[in-house]
Design a protein around this ligand. Sequence first.
Ligand SMILES: Nc1ncnc2c1ncn2[C@@H]1O[C@H](COP(=O)(O)OP(=O)(O)OP(=O)(O)O)[C@@H](O)[C@H]1O
Length: 260
Amino acid sequence: MSKNEKLLHEQKEKVAELQKRKIIEVQNVSMRFRLTDDKIMSLKEFVTRKLSGKYKTSEFWALKDVSFDVYRGEVVGIIGHNGAGKSTILKVISGILKPTEGSVTCRGNIVPMLELGSGFDHDLTGRENIFLNGAILGYTEDFLKSKYDEIVAFSELGEFIDVPIRNYSSGMLMRLAFSIATVVNPQILIVDEILAVGDANFQKKSRKRMLELMSGGTTVLFVSHSLEQIREMCDRVVWLEHGQVQTVGETKEVCDAYES
Ligand SMILES: Nc1ncnc2c1ncn2[C@@H]1O[C@H](COP(=O)(O)OP(=O)(O)OP(=O)(O)O)[C@@H](O)[C@H]1O
């Protein structure tokens, strides 16, 4: 084999290796939202306006042609200014939003921690919600029973666990939701500003739990406004601006460019 052939062979092996490690593939994703100019008061008014051509919508592209890959075991941060499309791309990857164009391929089970507690029923107690929310996340009843004490201990809710959650503060709700969501080591964890949950003590604890998940091989994709956090925790960074990818690269390189 000549030197060139050897190099080519090595390159091909590297590409094949990377392909094998690819766990999330975001391909040319665009997301369009339709915005209405008027506040519609009733269905009758809506139908009347629609028929008379007075019902106007404008469109807004929150994401435009976004592509990037995430590899198994990586921690990837998403940064960008307000309205850049960070939360929208996480929702598209989690399957909460269907992209207008493009596709997302995920090779692993995803636990999205986006709208924490969205599966809660406020008339039920914390205990009942552990089983309800856990089932929504795909955990079996037996599994939840075996993890129940751990979830309650981590949430620090104590005897409040048997009180209907409508009496909880938002911090208490978040603590419960975070404890349920992180009770297993998911293959892919998708997190939107989670580390801002609860008081300083709980933030420290949740950061530790996240670090444990990361070191346990979980692939993590997370949005944060704190560059300090991104620098500390991420292997690579995707920088979004006005719905488009500005840069994807090594954490230091991208964060330095963003800050300058
Ligand atoms: N359901 C929706 N309908 C209409 N517009 C939306 C919707 N969701 C998001 N947008 C718009 O899409 C753009 C991107 O929103 P997104 O929440 O993804 O930004 P972000 O980068 O997470 O911002 P922030 O840092 O402020 O949280 C914003 O201009 C937002 O107003």
